[in-house]
Design a binder for this molecule. Structure first.
Ligand code: H79
Length: 442
């Protein structure tokens, strides 16, 4: 018994030492920097789950068995999918990367994988979507990040007996995590070997094995052995950034932190209980409509103004915005998504300087708007110009040498005294964002 306890202590010590030993490679640090500078990416939720038009959780929500759900494989034939058009659409929106669903909770693999028959090659389409997207991204100079679900509603070896979701799929017996872990490692090895440079892996589904939100115990019912998964990824592609949507403080080995439908520090979703990391790059993901995967009845498209304000707020908190589209089963992207992406791109053509490669503002977002900054420039984003002037407190610089509108360089009046700066606006309420540039001496 005593020996067993000693062995266990050593084992757990070994695990934590290994996990804490993670030192990101130089190429990983460079990739993190690239990522932070990029600020804006496209999330694509698409696959056979798009067919019923009820979002990507349809298997769980309609209590579909694995047997019945598998029929979707016979109908997935996205004749309107065009990787070049997807990538150009993202580029024209001012986005610098694409995060693609490779395998969601339903367990369908969007690439030519040896490790599951439920994959794109066994649909009438028979073409490797991940490959087409990867080739096109590399060709057009946009980076590819891969979404990969840790949770699987289909496989018998996933520890489904302790899972909080996917309980109606008709699986028998208990999972076998060692087998499931090996499966994930095999698939990740394919993804990180056959598709060129991958910017990062976006894990999701950890929460399937945690205690209910709000409970003091945030531990997982299974040991995911992230040290093994993460070290495999970093071994295959050292620059590849790992993020995990577990809604907890980042684990060792992770390279960025994400927030789902919340800005860092907010918790409107009820899921974002985690503090924003002050070390890792941050990313917030949001949908253009209300759904991730295609939803036939969802017409609640956010306006271009809402989307731009979201991007500005994320930037001013030092976070990227990963904005989602859920294309139709045919591969066609709804015109409502296309129009809004194009509109944000036009805005970024003029205002991009105040977004890309900026840092979080020295103050948090205010009722009037927010701040981003870069070198000797402070960008004051007046999003809601109710008053004729705005006051920026605690300005951490010596002197403002110049103040002007970013749009047309027209000078803006200001008064700066004792660390308080008043900017006289008379701004247009028509503008989505009156960006004032302050050139400063530190
Ligand atoms: O891929 C998209 C979603 O399908 C996936 N993440 C984004 C990017 C996602 N959907 N929901 N969630 C993540 C979190 C879900 C949490 C809940 Fe539950 C599901 C709350 C209630 C049901 C599981 C069971 C977690 C809490 C209870």
């Amino acid at each position: 018994m005593k020996n067993l306890i000693i062995a266990l202590v050593f084992l757990s010590l070994g695990f934590s030492l290994k996990a804490q030993n993670y030192i990101p490679s130089a190429s990983n640090l460079k990739q993190r920097e690239w990522f932070s500078d990029a600020r804006f990416g496209l999330f694509i939720h698409w696959g056979p789950f798009s067919i019923p038009g009820s979002g990507e959780w349809v298997m769980n929500d309609r209590k579909l068995t694995v047997h019945n759900y598998t029929n979707l494989q016979d109908f997935f034939n996205p004749i309107d999918f065009n990787a070049a058009a997807y990538v150009s659409m993202a580029k024209n929106a001012g986005m610098k990367y694409i995060t693609l669903i490779t395998r969601h909770h339903d367990g369908f693999s969007m690439w030519d994988t040896k490790y599951s028959d439920f994959n794109i090659m066994n649909t009438p389409y028979q073409k490797d979507i991940v490959k087409m997207m990867a080739d096109e991204c590399h060709k057009q100079g946009i980076q590819l990040y891969l979404y990969y679900s840790l949770l699987d509603w289909r496989r018998e070896d996933y520890p489904h007996e302790t899972g909080r979701t996917g309980q109606y799929s008709g699986r028998k017996g208990n999972g076998d995590y060692a087998s499931y872990l090996q499966f994930m490692k095999n698939q990740l090895t394919e993804l990180l070997t056959n598709y060129g440079k991958i910017g990062g892996v976006w894990f999701d589904g950890h929460w399937d094995q945690t205690q209910p939100e709000g409970s003091a115990d945030r531990s997982s019912r299974i040991d995911w052995k992230y040290d093994e998964i993460y070290s495999l990824i970093h071994k295959l592609q050292p620059q590849c950034m790992i993020g995990n949507n577990h809604h907890l403080t980042p684990f060792a080995g992770e390279d960025f932190q994400m927030f789902e439908r919340d800005l860092p520090g907010e918790n409107t979703s009820g899921l974002s209980l985690q503090q924003a990391s002050d070390k890792l790059p941050l990313e917030t993901c949001e949908t253009i409509s209300n759904s991730w995967g295609y939803n036939l009845s969802d017409t609640s498209y956010k306006t271009k103004t809402q989307l731009i304000k979201m991007l500005v707020k994320a930037s001013s908190l030092g976070a990227n915005l990963l904005l989602n589209i859920g294309p139709m089963p045919s591969g066609k992207v709804q015109p409502e998504f296309q129009d809004r992406l194009a509109a944000v791109g036009e805005w970024l053509n003029i205002y991009g300087e105040s977004i890309y490669s900026t840092k979080a503002g020295f103050i948090k977002p205010q009722p009037w708007g927010s701040i981003t900054q870069k070198e000797n420039k402070v960008y004051v984003h007046v999003l809601d110009p109710k008053n004729s002037s705005i006051l920026v407190d605690k300005t951490p610089f010596k002197k403002i040498t110049k103040a002007y509108l970013l749009k047309d360089k027209k000078p803006v009046k200001f008064l700066s005294k004792n660390g308080h700066t008043e900017i006289y606006t008379g701004f247009s309420t028509e503008e989505i964002d009156n960006v004032v540039v302050l050139e400063i001496l530190n």
